[in-house]
Design a protein around this ligand. Structure first.
Ligand code: DC
Length: 668
């Protein structure tokens, strides 16, 4: 996940390959609860790992369910219709609405001595309509704070199941879902009817509930006038094992992507023709815009058909979340597109109509908006502008605007607060980058060169983590090469240059955070000694060795960008880098810093020897014939003798920002 203040998407040219999407949140938490209410064991595959599912799993454990988690598979041993744990239990539900509502209903029907609370925001989310319906049934529920809101206390019920249960359908479909999942627990001796009062909103989510209930042995009858009947004799039966579908709303970004890129297109795994999610109908909208779609039960293959895309106009009430993706696809259409009947956008994570209009205009688009509609005009190549997209803590805004990076003007797009995607798709940008390609040279590189112990490593790795970029410690490659050469008995001199170069070209190097691996050996400490630095300096003066390592260094230039530190990053390896920094500090300062470092590792040495060593290494690195250490002509010089790490980082980030086209980014 990118937890940086912003993420710059370089201009992206095309995309191809396969993406596996995370599981649907709505399905994950329903399946967990249903599995818990069964007798026996259910193996749930492809569960979404999110805040909401963690809350549900914790609650199920508290209730006495068996929960065994292994990667994205969880084995649930159910309660068999009654709580195993009879002590009083306090449940903490965080801000997980998809856990709070159905658990309240199930616990109220099962009965016990429970309290349910959450974060302050949870205590502002209404639950009164559900509590009213449950009380009419004879459930014992008290408000511990404000009437109509959590926290709640649940006691033992005296159930009255003859009369139909009435529940409002126009506030949240989750109330009906909660009742539909709880009442089969007590439908042994009679039919139980639920009457929905008022219009039922978010019908597709009720369809998900009904579908899943059927998988667990409950055949709800859907009758006239909004009546749902749970037939007498219903009881939960485990399906044995069940796969959580990938999230269809998350699929919309990759469906949109497949529609706009040339080439073989994108294969999406985990969701397809058999999907029970309403947002799968986004596929039809994408087809209407020109996408070519092939599908199987749980996969989709999307490629570009008509280009430019066909403008689209229609009612998108049935797919409000996924329709946001259409608003960005509309930039690539052959005329204005109109999204109608989308009033619900105004009351989501943010006012999505206003937000989409404002951010699309930043890109240069002409957009008109009404109370429940949005009209987006296509954006001709010459009118695209670099924009820093504000994301309003709304995961869908961050994700759908990433499609703007495929613009024909080859302009980068900045996404502010990219971590907001964690709500449903923590690794969204990683997934996007894994299928995206761009022209050579479009991936930004920031070089930090300089002499030994100038603090390059610290500066460069901090910059990499603040920008969300990859990091190349090129010195480590020379250190590893020297280490490997000595291990096989090669002297580090010109006579063995070709043999060392051949060895360097085949090294199996892996960087894992701070650790460095050579094959199966963790060599992190071995390559960090003073002697290893001297040895690296020796092999690095061999032209053949330098040449052998060029390809490997270039391979670190991957989306979304790279910070590289070394001696010749700016002069030789990445001569076209966006920004080159040449970092120096006085020899005394560098020796002092190295001295502190070594002492803290328990290695004893003197300042004088260190200073002499540094100067010897500087002399060799600057005087060697190939790629000598020197500032690139266009490098910014930074002497950090008197600077803290933070102020060096700030200085370089300011230089970096001044090279970007976005202007000021407002990041909290
Ligand atoms: O940055 P470092 O101390 O880990 O580098 C070890 C040696 O490797 C250094 O003395 C010179 C050499 N080197 C190089 O020649 N070119 C680079 N890009 C990086 C390091």
């Amino acid at each position: 996940m990118f937890s940086t203040a912003f993420l710059d998407l370089p201009p992206l040219q095309t995309a191809s390959g396969t993406v596996a999407l995370p599981g649907s949140k709505s399905i994950s938490n329903r399946v967990l609860l249903l599995s818990a209410l069964c007798e026996g064991t259910t193996v749930v595959h492809d569960l979404l790992d999110s805040d909401d599912t963690r809350v549900m799993l914790a609650a199920l454990r508290q209730l006495g369910c068996g929960v065994q988690l292994q990667a994205s598979t969880v084995t649930i041993t159910g309660l068999g219709g009654s709580a195993q744990n009879h002590a009083s239990i306090a449940f903490f539900m965080g801000n997980a609405g998809t856990a709070m509502r159905p658990l309240t209903a199930a616990l109220a029907v099962l009965g016990g001595d429970y309290t349910l609370s959450g974060v302050p925001r949870m205590h502002e989310r209404p639950i009164g309509d559900l509590v009213d319906a449950l009380r009419l049934l004879g459930c014992q529920i008290d408000y511990l704070g404000n009437e109509g809101f959590p926290p709640l206390r649940i006691g033992k019920p005296a159930l009255q199941l003859q009369a139909p249960i009435r529940v409002r359908g126009d506030v949240s479909s989750q109330f009906l879902t909660a009742l539909l999942m709880a009442l089969p627990l007590v439908a042994h001796d009679q039919d139980i009817a639920i009457d929905v009062v008022g219009e039922l909103i978010s019908k597709p989510y009720i369809d998900i509930t009904l579908n899943l209930l059927a998988r667990y042995g409950i055949a709800v009858r859907s009758e006239h006038d909004g009546r749902f009947v749970i037939p007498k004799g219903s009881h939960y039966r485990s399906p044995g094992s069940i796969h959580v579908e990938a999230d269809a709303s998350s699929a919309s970004y990759f469906i949109g992507l497949g529609a706009i890129v040339s080439g073989p297109g994108i294969r999406i795994e985990g969701v397809g023709a058999d999907s029970i999610q309403g947002d799968i109908r986004f596929v039809e909208a994408a087809q209407a815009m020109g996408a070519l779609v092939e599908k199987g039960p749980n996969w989709l293959q999307i490629s570009r058909g008509q280009w430019p895309l066909r403008a689209i106009a229609g009612d998108f009430n049935h797919i409000p979340d996924a329709a946001m993706t259409l608003a960005v696809m509309a930039l690539y259409a052959d005329g204005p597109s109109e999204l109608r009947n989308i009033a619900s956008w105004r009351v989501k994570e943010t006012d999505r109509i206003a937000a989409m209009a404002t951010q699309l205009r930043k890109l240069g688009a002409q957009v008109e908006e009404g109370p429940d509609w949005l009209r987006i005009h296509p954006l001709p190549q010459a009118q695209w502008k670099p924009a820093s997209i504000h994301t309003y803590d709304d995961h869908r805004i961050a994700m759908c605007f990433s499609l703007a990076a495929f613009n024909p003007a080859a302009i980068a797009v900045r996404i502010e607060d990219p971590k907001c995607v964690a709500k449903t798709f923590p690794d969204y940008f990683e997934a996007l980058f894994s299928v995206s390609q761009t022209m050579p040279g479009a991936i930004p590189v920031l070089c930090v060169d300089g002499p030994t112990a100038s603090g390059k490593g610290t500066l460069a790795s901090t910059l990499a983590s603040q920008l969300g970029y990859h990091f190349l410690d090129s010195g480590a490659l020379y250190r590893i090469t020297a280490y490997a050469a000595l291990q096989v008995g090669l002297a580090l001199d010109e006579a063995h240059a070709d043999a060392i170069a051949a060895l360097a070209a085949t090294l199996d190097i892996r960087f894992a955070g701070e650790r460095v691996w050579l094959g199966t050996q963790d060599i992190s400490d071995a390559i960090r000694t003073e002697q290893a630095g001297m040895n690296a300096s020796a092999v690095s003066s061999l032209g053949a060795v330098r040449a052998a390592l060029v390809g490997l260094q270039h391979s670190f230039r991957r989306l979304p960008g790279l910070v590289a530190d070394g001696r010749d990053m700016g002069t030789v390896i990445f001569a076209d880098a966006t920004l080159k920094v040449y970092l120096t500090a006085s020899a005394e300062r560098r020796a002092e810093r190295r001295h502190k470092q070594l002492i803290s590792k328990g290695i004893s040495t003197t300042l004088d020897t260190l200073c002499a060593d540094l100067q010897a290494r500087d002399a060799r690195d600057t005087q060697r014939a190939v790629a000598p250490l020197k500032p690139a002509q266009d490098a910014k010089l930074l002497d950090n003798s008197e600077l803290t790490v933070e102020s060096s980082v700030t200085q370089v980030l300011n230089w970096w920002q001044s090279k970007q086209p976005f202007g000021a980014t407002s990041v909290a």
